[in-house]
Design a protein around this ligand. Sequence first.
Ligand code: CTP
Ligand code: MG
Length: 335
Amino acid sequence: RTLKRQMMCRRDIDSLSVPFLSIYESLIPPEEEKLKQKQLLGLLEKLVCKEWPMARLYLYGSCANSFGVSKSDIDVCLAIQEADMDKSKIIMKLADILQSDNLQNVQALTRARVPIVKLMDPVTGISCDICINNLLAVVNTKLLRDYANIDARLRQLAFIIKHWAKSRGVNETYHGTLSSYAYVLMCIHFLQQRRPAILPCLQGMEPTYSVTVDNVDCAFFDKVEKLGHFGRHNKETIAHLVWGFFYYWAYCHDYANSVISVRTGSTISKRDKDWTRRVGNDRHLICIEDPFEISHDLGRVVDKHSIKVLREEFERAADIMQYDPNPCVKLFEPY
Ligand code: CTP
Ligand code: MG
């Protein structure tokens, strides 16, 4: 591979921001969809509390981290302390409770890697997955949402990257490509690296929010409204950042030696994490550290074949952004 680090961005790049922003806007969920999600959550809370008055329901994932596009399913976490019941029993009971009301297709998936109840609400048409006590996901959802509130360009970039990944078939963990969560972390990392930086490192600052979940200390600065407009000294447009993002993953990231780490606001070495060799199914071919479960590499799903697919897709996208007269069409062409 030739490193083209010196390559400059095309001269008309900024004029491409208009079409990119209209794609972004077309993906934003309308207010009424958000209302319907709240409505469904309210109904679920009522049903759950009848049986378990101490239990709580939390939204997590794209419906709550502000990176959700229109017509997404919602992810819900049931927080419950039932010492004498294992997760699959709780799942069965939860399915029972919800079945009795007018919800549709209530299914208990007790054997999945993460056991869930799946259902559809015929009134709002919204589908929903409910998991049990996955509170780290609730906390990482808050971290992502707080980052999104610092600079509008993060949400714009992440929507465009998620849309690209879905169009190109590289947002499928069961086929060895990356989750939406991983792509959003890649966007945050990228904006932390710009000079001047567009995003700070919230976990590197004096914590104003701190919880311990499953023995993991989660602490970060969450008073983001106090940061003023952190990224104001960086004037890069969204089109420039889309180009830069693909260029970074195509030609600048050191896949052999580096781990991207939103937690530290930087990259760290694979050797320091002992992620240099394959252990079981974890190959560490692209390394993305989870901000709280720091032994988790979100790139662990990527294998020998899919790393090639991913890197070729990054290169294709970088080249389109560099040379194509109409990149907004070509970039999102179905694969
Ligand atoms: N999550 C996690 N660890 C992972 C994958 C996901 O903690 N390895 C949690 C995160 O809280 C994430 C949520 O599960 O926000 C949902 O993950 P995912 O489906 O990848 O992201 P969404 O934001 O829901 O994206 P999409 O719009 O594609 O559903
Ligand atoms: Mg989701």
